[in-house]
Design a protein around this ligand. Structure first.
Ligand SMILES: [Fe+2]
Ligand SMILES: [Fe+2]
Ligand SMILES: [Fe+2]
Length: 417
């Protein structure tokens, strides 16, 4: 059972980032299109390598999601370019499967003339990316008033002569400007991703990367996701009744089930009060956002489990109000794991519940037939050992996250000096 194709990994990365802020990733996508055509004209790379550079270029400003205020988005690419370059580079290094390319981001706003002493195999690509990104920002914002030839005043200084050679070739062969104008570039870029090839291990790392991306907005999303995934798979391990395919569908569904929460405003997520009915409604929408994002892109078994995590065995859940006759075991496991996460994780205005409280809430709910009895018992009977594993795994993941963030501060300080 293939959970997700390599191409759909690219599309998922794009769509998840679009949920947070589409301006950055749309700029990235156009830049990716320009980069692909330029690198293609260099005749140095195989199609799958070009596709990988395109994906990398699409997310080249990923650091901006963390370090920039949303109101000032895209200013980072013109004025203060250092913070997002550093953060993006470290993000790629620590939590993506594209570590060998990560330094490109460190240099993607450095003038070509300053790269002379830099010894890095992809420094030319870094300068092409600088060029493509710059070209897109001005071309996109100025429209017909943009005069490409004025960029030539930067030749040899900001941009290498090779940038212009490759772009001029690409423009002559592929009509870049007119394709950008007519939006034809979108389908072309999608078709480039047909050639991308990731191993299962790399795909897993990309899915983990999506989890870290959700932490850009709210840090505890990362811990929540790890907790849910860990509780779900540990319950499955104790039950021992899932097939290999069910187990893997449960695993990926747990990692992806709440990705739609990225569209819920922070004022609602962190509200220090009771939510209004409208606000509850907004929160409930996250399931359909998750469905739109996953359906047709990951295996249906995964999507079906993910979108059922707020359903309840007695039909009192949402959005479809299905009952246990329409549920499979992985769905009922994820429902419990998600609830355990909500009860035990830290929130801005709410303390985590004690073990006794969690057990008493779950017991009460199971007596009302809201959860699967066997699933809840598998959790309650192994509470300590499961929560110990959860703790260990969250520490690992948060350790990575903290390392990334503290290194960012160190590098930024040293470079600012
Ligand atoms: Fe940038
Ligand atoms: Fe950029
Ligand atoms: Fe949810």
């Amino acid at each position: 059972m293939e959970i997700v194709t390599s191409k759909d990994i690219c599309i998922l990365c794009r769509e998840v980032l679009r949920l947070i802020d589409k301006r950055v990733i749309d700029h990235g996508s156009r830049t990716a299109y320009i980069m692909y055509r330029m690198l293609q004209c260099s005749e140095k790379y195989e199609d799958f390598e070009l596709a990988e550079f395109a994906l990398f270029s699409m997310i080249h400003d990923i650091g901006a999601y963390k370090v920039e205020k949303t109101s000032e988005i895209l200013k980072f690419d013109v004025t203060e370019t250092l913070p997002h370059s550093i953060y993006g580079s470290l993000f790629m290094k620590y939590v993506s499967p594209m570590e060998p390319l990560s330094k490109i981001l460190m240099y993607h706003h450095v003038d070509y003339s300053k790269l002379a002493d830099v010894n890095y195999e992809h420094k030319d690509v870094a300068n092409f990316l600088n060029f493509a990104s710059f070209l897109d920002i001005y071309n996109h914002s100025m429209g017909d008033r943009f005069d490409y030839n004025r960029m030539r005043s930067y030749l040899g200084k900001k941009f290498s002569s090779r940038c212009f050679e490759l772009f001029d070739l690409a423009e002559a062969r592929y009509d870049i400007f007119s394709h950008l104008k007519t939006e034809e570039w979108r389908d072309e870029l999608d078709s480039f991703y047909d050639d991308i090839m990731f191993s299962d291990e790399e795909k897993d790392k990309f899915i983990d990367m999506l989890m870290y991306i959700s932490g850009f907005r709210v840090e505890y999303n990362v811990v929540d996701t790890v907790t849910t995934t860990c509780v779900a798979t540990e319950i499955a391990n104790r039950l021992g009744s899932l097939s290999t395919e069910e187990y893997s569908a449960l695993y990926y569904a747990s990692l992806l089930h709440d990705v739609g929460m990225l569209t819920v405003p922070l004022e609602i997520i962190d509200a220090p009060r009771k939510l209004t009915p409208e606000e509850f409604n907004t929160i409930r929408q996250h399931v359909s956002v998750t469905e739109t994002l996953l359906r047709g892109r990951v295996h249906d078994n995964v999507t079906n489990i993910a979108v059922s995590h707020h359903e309840r065995c007695d039909g009192s859940g949402y959005p479809k109000k299905i009952s246990n006759v329409e549920m499979n075991m992985p769905m009922m496991i994820l429902q419990v794991a998600d609830t355990v996460t909500g009860l035990t994780c830290i929130r801005k205005f709410r303390e985590p519940k004690s073990k006794d409280a969690v057990i008493s809430i779950l017991t009460d709910e199971v007596n009302h037939n809201r959860y699967h009895h066997g699933v809840v018992m598998a959790f309650i009977n192994n509470y300590d050992s499961i929560m110990e594993i959860v703790q260990k795994r969250s520490n690992e993941v948060m350790g990575n996250w903290k390392k990334l963030n503290s290194q960012y501060e160190v590098v930024k300080k040293s470079l600012v000096k």
